[in-house]
Every structure is written in C-alpha cells, then in structure tokens.
Ligand binder design. Structure first.
Ligand code: 5GP
Ligand code: MG
Length: 219
C-alpha cells in the first residue's frame, strides 16, 4: 500500500495587512487575488466532476456568503441553491452541539448535491450535516470548503474540493467572522491573538467580547 502523501501547506509570501486592519489582523494568509484565482480553479474542478447534471448546492450560513457568491458565478452548469443555518455551541472547541438556525427547503432526494462550507476544522459540523443530508437520500453528495485546517481534525471527514489547506490559526475575513465581525474583509487573515486574549474589561471598552474563538462558532 502506498502511504498517503502528507498534505502540503503552501507557503505564500504574505501581503501587508491593509492599514485599516493592522491592529486586529496579524497577517494576510490569502489576498483577494489569490482567493479569486483559486475559486476559479475550484469551479473548474466542480464542473468536471458533475458534468452537466443539475446540481443542488447546499451552503452553510453565514460563513460561506462571499465564497459561495464568487464560486457560483463561475459555475455554468444548471444548479439550484439552498442554505442551511448551523451554529455550534459549547464550552471550548471540544463540545460541538449543532443548532440549526435554518433548515433546508429544497428536496434533495435523488439529486446531486454539493455541500459548501467556509472552513473545515474538527470536522464535527460537516460530519453531522452530511449525516443529516444523507438521510434525505440524495443521489450523491460532494463537499467543498474554502479552507481546511488539516491538523485539527477530530471526525473522520474529508472535503472533496478544498480551496487551501491552512495551519492551525484562527482566521477571519472573506466571510469568516470573529463574534460576527470581519466577514467583510476581502482577504483571509490571521486574527491577532490580542483580540481574544484581552480581559473582559478591556474587551467591553473596545466593544468586543473577550471570548476565545471556538466557544461559540457561528457557521
Ligand atoms: P468544525 O465543526 O469543523 O470544527 O468547525 C467548522 C466551523 O467552525 C466553520 O464552519 C466555522 O464556522 C468555524 N471555524 C472553525 N475554524 C475557524 C476559524 O479559524 N475562523 C473562523 N472564523 N471560524 C472557524
Ligand atoms: Mg462556517
């Protein structure tokens, strides 16, 4: 048996953090141009996989907003779009009770489904959502994520289409949030640890919660 090659996390030359975000974002992981290029490639890979079959895209709210909008404009196969709202609550990253804030409305029975999420971390979210979707008897399900924190996996789940494998940093931007902020950044950046290491008082003064990322993850 040939051993599985280790996932290579590409080292990209970091672009400077735009002045407006310099206090909050430690460094840029992927610039808007790098993301745009990779998203176009992903669309090509997805089209090749599904040929011309009609697709139901199920996208997880809220983190996929930018990624999804960019991805689907490059897909020229017939598709229908629906969303599931998923939030994970619990103490620390280890507990992951999923709460559905929006249920699927389209019927996926017998359909080709592409499940889209922003980032694959422990894998708990995709694992549970996949089980829920499989129970609806689609013809097949493929998964697509923009980012994959390979080293953090707890559940045995892999995405079929991955934008970028990344190291274990808490990232924001391009749809990804910290306490609902930073979704509007056009790039993906590593959040400065001071943003979640400040004491409660400092955080209140700054108008930000002192929660460590992962204590409540809005999907
Ligand atoms: P999992 O269930 O795989 O542990 O976590 C998946 C969800 O956690 C993602 O959909 C995302 O909402 C959130 N998440 C995990 N890692 C990060 C991160 O580095 N940054 C942000 N903003 N969200 C993350
Ligand atoms: Mg998410």
């Amino acid at each position: 048996m040939t051993p599985k090659p280790a996932t290579v996390i590409p080292r990209v030359r970091s672009r400077p953090v735009p002045a407006r975000w310099q206090g909050e974002v430690e460094h840029v992981l992927f610039s808007d141009r790098q993301i745009a290029r990779r998203v176009r490639e992903l669309a090509t890979e997805i089209e090749a996989e599904f040929q011309d079959r009609e697709l139901v895209i199920v996208s997880l709210l809220n983190g996929t907003v930018m990624f999804l909008a960019d991805l689907i404009r490059h897909l020229s196969l017939p598709l229908r779009l629906d969303f599931m709202g998923v939030s994970s609550y619990g103490a620390g990253t280890e507990s992951g009770e999923l709460v559905y804030t929006k249920e699927l409305r389209l019927d996926v029975r017998g359909r080709d489904v592409l499940l889209v999420d922003d980032i694959l971390d422990t894998g708990r979210t995709l694992h549970k959502v996949l089980a829920k979707l499989r129970a609806l008897k689609p013809r097949r399900i493929k998964t697509c994520v923009l980012l994959d924190k390979v080293a953090r996996r707890v559940e045995k789940v892999q995405a079929d289409f991955v934008g970028f494998p990344i190291p274990d940093h808490f990232v924001v931007g391009y749809g990804l949030d910290y306490a609902e902020r930073y979704r509007n950044l056009p790039f993906v950046g590593v959040l400065h640890p001071r943003m979640y290491q400040t004491g409660a008082d400092a955080a209140v003064i700054a108008g930000r919660p002192a929660k460590k990322p992962g204590t409540r993850k809005s999907a």
